[in-house]
Design a binder for this molecule. Structure first.
Ligand code: ZN
Length: 301
């Protein structure tokens, strides 16, 4: 099934729902970064969480989740755009910890204590240059979904239920299911409806179980909502995509200054840059470095 995200509404618009199946994009991210099984689960949950959270802000261009944490993973960064693209990385991709007492990947253990920072950017690409919004909360469990729920309650004053899951096969360590949902409650919601949803969610099967059986984003919401009807408003495609390019690599090297570039040319006869977000490698050869030192004349018009 192709990765997708849906937005829905229920109970006279007092409940906002967002759900996604992100198996392909999380697989790609984990393949690119060569993550351990537990790091794959942590990165996958953060990438999906960023996509879900990004959909809740109006006029958003980018939302970044940054986990600055003391656990073996060292840190997680996930950046989603309003167009449904996401990229991200973990600081120590090979970090791993034993399974937890329930026999599951111990994401909370690999993340550990620290802070979750949420950065929202809007208006840059259309020239409004609004100041980015920063929100920070302590990491509560490192399980990612719980941390996002806590962030929404404390920083945005939104009560929500967030569920995120990544299934990593024990053989071959490939990601075979990933997804999640976010149910946000607006002021004026019926208490009975709330209680009913909470009860349904607590008894619902794990989301990766549903996705592995072929469930889509709407199916995830059906299981979470039980008897409560909802209307799907929009469906979007989502994908792993980075903003890096050869041109950006050239501008980064250029920004180092002539002295540094001349040094690279003399010692290494080139420069190699690896993108943190996607592990793509860019190689600037001798000619490219010379062009930076002595830009070719612009064409005569
Ligand atoms: Zn990149």
């Amino acid at each position: 099934m192709q990765d997708h995200l849906i937005q829905a509404t229920a109970a006279d618009s007092t409940i906002r729902l967002i759900a996604a199946v992100s198996t392909e994009l999380v697989s790609e991210a984990c393949r690119r970064h060569g993550t351990s099984p537990t790091a794959s689960a942590a990165l996958g949950r953060a990438l999906t969480g960023a996509l879900l959270l990004g959909r809740t802000f109006k006029d958003l261009e980018y939302v970044t989740l940054r986990f600055d944490c003391k656990g073996p993973i060292g840190g997680i960064v996930a950046e989603a755009s309003a167009h449904g693209t996401v990229r991200g990385y973990v600081r120590n991709p090979l970090a791993d910890v034993p399974l937890n007492v329930m026999g599951k990947l111990d994401v909370g253990g690999v993340v550990g204590e620290g802070m979750l920072h949420v950065i929202r950017e809007a208006g840059y690409e259309i020239g409004l240059m609004k100041e980015p919004y920063f929100g920070s909360v302590p990491i509560v469990s490192g399980e990612i979904a719980e941390d996002l729920t806590h962030y929404l309650a404390v920083s945005e004053q939104i009560n929500s239920a967030v569920s995120l899951g990544v299934f990593v096969e024990s053989e071959g360590a490939s990601v075979s299911a990933s997804g999640g949902y976010m149910i946000q409650v607006m002021p004026g919601v019926d208490e009975e409806v709330m209680a009913s949803i909470e009860k349904t969610i607590s008894a619902a099967p794990h989301i990766t179980e549903l996705i592995r059986k072929g469930g889509d984003a709407e199916g995830l919401l059906q299981v979470a909502m039980g008897d409560i009807q909802f209307d799907v408003l929009e469906t979007h495609s989502i994908e792993f995509r980075c903003k890096c390019s050869y041109e950006r690599a050239v501008s980064i090297v250029t920004a180092l200054g002539n002295e540094e570039v001349a040094d690279m040319l003399e010692k290494d006869k080139g420069a190699e840059l690896t993108c943190h977000f996607c592990s793509s490698v860019y190689y600037l050869d001798e000619a490219a470095l010379r062009d930076i030192l002595e830009p070719p004349d612009p064409p005569v018009m």
